[in-house]
Design a protein around this ligand. Structure first.
Ligand code: ADP
Ligand code: MG
Length: 247
């Protein structure tokens, strides 16, 4: 892979279709280590599809995705190995409802990392503590609020020690009181230097934490720039219309 040593992910000319419908059209982006990239745009823009492609959850039709010097989109890519380097936080938490918080946290550590129970438990407890939910170790997801479930989901991703964290509208399914607790955890990750791609409609949050913002519409990157540029000095009418409409 060409480029600077700090480049962590490179997406070039990505195209994704569902049947006749082109959902991602020639999307390119670079992520450097330690960068926080925000992705904003209207519903149906292709944000979720993009982020799912970045984690190998969707096959692509054209283009390439590289993580460091490994091509995710290569036919022989070891997807399990690649996915264990990328944490994914979904809008709807995606916790296993029949498992306790402890077992949700330890599952990947044991099955993917192959750790012994005691080792997995040490890491899982540390990550649960980090999101402020140590006392929920034995709880089931249904016993937690939405915000708590999302924090468990973040802890589960962090337990795998990912190089990159992907967030797809992590607060959209939450009641307003829960949003702040999840954003607080995400701010701590930013402060720790975690590399993150965040799809969100929380404009104030994105503006505060993102180094770089992509505005997407109809499967294309309409505009990319600093948070300041996108939110206050957008070049494209389409971008300004979206920002003004949501503010
Ligand atoms: P966003 O997250 O920006 O709202 P999505 O990536 O969810 O956008 O969707 C982009 C477009 O792709 C939408 O038109 C949506 O209907 C379509 N789409 C998403 N997933 C599928 C799928 N599994 N099959 C067919 N069409 C899909
Ligand atoms: Mg979406």
């Amino acid at each position: 892979m060409t480029g600077s040593a700090t480049q962590l992910m490179r997406v070039s000319h990505l195209t994704k279709r569902f049947g006749e419908h082109t959902v991602l059209d020639d999307v390119s982006l670079d992520v450097t280590a330690g960068e926080v990239k925000g992705i904003i745009g209207p519903s149906g823009a292709g944000k979720s599809t993009l982020i799912r492609c970045l984690n190998g959850l969707e096959p692509i039709d054209a283009g390439e995705i590289w993580l460091d010097d490994t091509e995710l989109t290569a036919r022989k890519a070891d997807m399990d190995a690649l996915r264990s380097r990328i944490g994914f936080v979904f809008q709807d938490f995606n916790l296993f409802t029949h498992l306790t918080v402890a077992d949700n946290l330890m599952l990947g550590l044991r099955r993917v990392r192959g750790l012994k129970r005691a080792e997995a438990e040490t890491i899982a407890r540390r990550e649960l503590d980090r999101v402020g939910l140590a006392e929920k170790w034995r709880a089931y997801p249904a016993e937690l609020s939405g915000g708590q479930q999302q924090r468990v989901s973040i802890a589960r991703a962090l337990a795998m020690q990912p190089e990159l964290m992907l967030f797809d509208e992590p607060t959209s399914a939450l009641d307003p009181e829960s949003v702040g607790s999840v954003l607080r955890v995400m701010r701590e990750l930013v402060a720790e230097g975690m590399t993150m791609i965040i799809v969100s409609h929380e404009m104030a949050f994105i503006e505060a934490v993102a180094d770089d913002v992509l505005f997407m519409a109809e499967g294309r990157v309409v505009e990319e720039g600093s948070a300041r540029q996108i939110f206050h000095e957008a070049r494209e009418q389409r971008t300004r219309g979206f920002i003004d409409g949501i503010a």
